[in-house]
Ligand binder design. Structure first.
Ligand code: SF4
Length: 262
């Protein structure tokens, strides 16, 4: 199965470039050979894809990872989107026991203390729920764009996700942010109110800030960390290497505790 999907990813990749995003989605759904899942963060790229799926009634499961730390504006957009299209966006939540252990070990905002604590938090709140979101899927749609960051500049339109054994497709990979803004405005697609306040890439509230003029698009995500390491573990490289996640009991939890105000 994996070899077949790897081959199919290469085939789709070759033919994908000349297609529109909607044609890419239709092709993926037709060729994937099993369920196709779209995971949305409700950012503007993902809202464009959600629009294409819902407005064209494509057989794609639309899911989101509710980390419990999202902005109120994101929850408002989630509701607005469901109301506009009359469709449900399926929610996945962190496992309660893992979340309790995480917070009790490294604190409610432990991610500020050390990179491994940040990865632990993303592991419990995002990576593990993503695994459940994608269980049984043959294809995974994302809203990644090549020009979002240096980490994403050499990614393909379609790739084989070796770690998860599925085809990963990025239907607006070659679109610019300006083109997406124009598309959503023309089509009346609801977008997060924070985008108008210079929050270009929006994730969890404590880990996202507005960017300043001239800063890269994703500079507001985990801004206290080194730029090349600012990914959350949802996206793995071609060799299937996920970001390290030893989530439940970080070895250096005691060190973090020592740094907290006593
Ligand atoms: Fe935790 Fe921040 Fe990652 Fe959200 S983005 S899961 S709050 S570390």
């Amino acid at each position: 199965m994996c070899a077949e999907r790897r081959h199919l990813a290469g085939e789709l990749n070759a033919g994908f470039v000349a297609l529109t995003p909607l044609e890419r989605l239709r092709t993926l759904v037709k060729r994937a050979g099993g369920p196709v899942v779209f995971t949305t963060s409700l950012g503007i790229e993902d809202q464009m894809i959600t629009h294409l799926i819902f407005a064209n009634d494509l057989p794609v499961q639309v899911k989101t990872l509710d980390t419990g730390r999202l902005f109120p504006q994101t929850y408002a957009l989630w509701r607005e989107t469901e109301e506009k299209y009359g469709r449900r966006i399926k929610a996945l939540y962190p496992q309660a026991e893992a979340l309790e252990t995480l917070v009790n070990d490294q604190g409610i905002d432990g991610f500020y203390y050390a990179p491994e604590f940040r990865k632990n938090c993303c592991g419990v709140r995002k990576v593990e729920p993503l695994a459940r979101a994608l269980a049984g899927a043959a294809g995974w749609i994302t809203g990644l764009r090549r020009d979002q960051s240096a980490n994403r500049s050499d990614m393909d339109f379609v790739s084989f996700d070796g770690a998860r054994g599925l085809i990963k497709a990025n239907p607006i990979f070659d679109w610019t942010r300006d083109a997406i803004v124009a598309f959503t405005a023309e089509q009346g697609v609801p977008v997060n109110a924070l985008h108008a306040k210079n929050f270009l890439s929006i994730g969890c509230a404590p880990c996202t800030r507005a960017i300043r003029p001239g800063e890269p698009e994703r500079a507001g995500r985990w801004w206290w960390e080194e730029e090349t390491k600012r990914e959350c573990g949802l996206h793995v490289d071609d060799a299937g290497r996920p970001v390290r996640n030893d989530a439940h009991r970080p070895a250096s939890a005691d060190a973090a505790f020592e740094r907290l105000p006593q």
